[in-house]
Design a binder for this molecule. Sequence first.
Ligand code: SF4
Length: 365
Amino acid sequence: MTLPRQAALPDSYADLDESALRERLAARKAELADRLLILCHHYQQEAVFAHADVTGDSLKLARAAASARDRRFIVFCGVHFMAESADILTAADQVVILPDLRAGCSMADMAGHEEMAEAWQELLGAVGQGVRLTPLTYVNSSARLKALVGQRGGSVCTSSNAERVLTWGLARGDKVFFFPDEHLGRNSAAALGIPDDEVVLWQRGRPLGGNPVAALKKAKVILWNGCCSVHMQFKAEHVRQWRAKEPDIRVIVHPECRREVVRAADLYGSTERIIQAIRESPPGSKWAIGTEINLVNRLARLYPDKASHSLSPFQCLCSTMYRIKPAYLLWVLDNLAAGRIVNRITVDQETAAQAKIALDRMLEI
Ligand code: SF4
């Protein structure tokens, strides 16, 4: 997906130090008051996170946007697909803004809507037109991909409800085509007890996704081979290293991690589930956490009576999310205060209507 070009920040923002940015952001927030809602994803850096009205994972933030009917301006400190979902779920007179238009998601970019439509036809041709195929997409996907899923009778899912949505998809048809995260799909299928030989990987760019027709006919779940570049950095070896160093450590990882990492961990779950596990654990607990570093560092600060470490020895940072800097946030708020809207994210009406079908279906499930 090609993101719109981000305008260069005026020079006057480049020289602002941390405390000036903090003060000016607080003043602008107070000025825009109840016309404004700032949403922040858990992976945001602290200097942005500190200005949030609502924090959460993508599902919680989408819900917050949908219920904020009284706020005219919704500034989404997340990535592009999240702002698109907010635009789909809000009213036409509400404005959704992404402070830096370069904040995309590499996983969402791995599933283009045209590629998906072609693969869909190819798969149907291979397994037979009479076979009932249900598409499911992780919320980490473009609005156009969600729209194709909505058109074809499928649903969106999140990392909190993927197993439930997959169960629904399998109950309503013969097979599920799962986009774009291979690992969330594989971990969810394994949790439901689906045998490995009924789960196949569709490799983009290869005829029939690189699968024999017999394997596609047998499969219950066909996984698109997208992934998260951040969660792919965690390895089963890291789990073994932590256990050797700290025998009483507990390991919790996000389901975007590879199957072998999830299998080696004690627990896995969405970012909200990870936060809950650390918060509710007894004082003195030790955790190795397989998710984005800003969240891990925040958990370490918020719960100093527990030891929270990154599972990986390397900094697993979502570099696109990190593009949302305090200066960009201030720049969009300054423009709003001056009566100008910059960096608005809009989804055209037809795409929004079809994508909303898939989003609403998830909420019903
Ligand atoms: S952490 Fe991974 S899935 Fe989440 S926004 Fe970043 S690249 Fe996308």
